[in-house]
Design a binder for this molecule. Sequence first.
Ligand code: ADP
Length: 319
Amino acid sequence: MKRIGVLTSGGDSPGMNAAIRAVVRKGMFHNLEVYGIYNGYAGLIAGNIKKLELGSVGDIIHRGGTMLYSARCEEFKTPEGQKKGIEQLKKFGIEGLVVIGGDGSFQGAKKLTEQGYPTIGVPGTIDNDIPGTDFTIGFDTALNTIIGAIDKIRDTATSHERTYIIEVMGRDAGDLALWAGLADGAETILIPEAKHEMEDVVQKLKRGHERGKKHSIIIVAEGVGSGGDVANKIEEMTGFETRVTVLGHIQRGGSPTAADRVLASRLGARAVELLLEGKAGRTVGIENNKLVDYDITEVLGRKHAIDEGMYRLSEELSI
Ligand code: ADP
């Protein structure tokens, strides 16, 4: 293998730049030429492809977002779109591809592999919802952003008697809500993976209130419903004053944490090694701090699950 490509796709996450840098530098360390594909699969189809040099990825390790930009591309979901992408890669003499993104992007990588094109998936998403790795690139940074925001809300919360509801990202996965809730000592964590009765939520709030607790924090993963709906329900059932904060896209941005930069560097470099070893259709990940790789079809067939022990712990610590 002489020439490889790298692209970022789907929702961006902090640390993607560190992963791109690792792919480029590791590739060049092994005398490969590395090409950047801009704007995800849309750019792949359009041939928006340029050779990257060592300096192209200088000064990006600490930056959020992705220097290769990202996009969503419906055309790539069709076999014709995928064929066009592969033709572009062949035109540029690129023999293997690293795709950094979430599960949608992995579907695209799987299709490329099925069409006979060697592709490796690197998990980059703040949601931490990709099987085959303990952590995805961007999760730790997003989590720390949430914690920072809740800490600030907590400061003002101590001055008022209110119930604070914080809505965080996570349509299908409650990892951000669960970890943030545990890290911030939230009273209640509502995640899509668990059933919740509003009656229980309210009873817990009332118990706290009777104990003299001045304020409470409830974290809601967006997949459960809106923070506003939860707040209305609580006001209706208790008469307590509520305040809602929807953290939104600030969770995607910011300088990646050390943990994300290190993870991205390790996973990006490992993806290049796999291509050099002649492997294809794999995802890279980290389990118990060891690098692992799995068949991409097998990974996409698995369902991400939250750590149930952690969820129980969060309930035990917030009685
Ligand atoms: P993420 O990677 O963050 O989960 P998306 O789900 O939006 O983001 O997927 C990103 C892109 O991956 C899509 O816009 C599309 O180009 C490609 N993709 C998603 N699903 C498929 C699929 N089933 N087949 C081929 N490509 C897909």
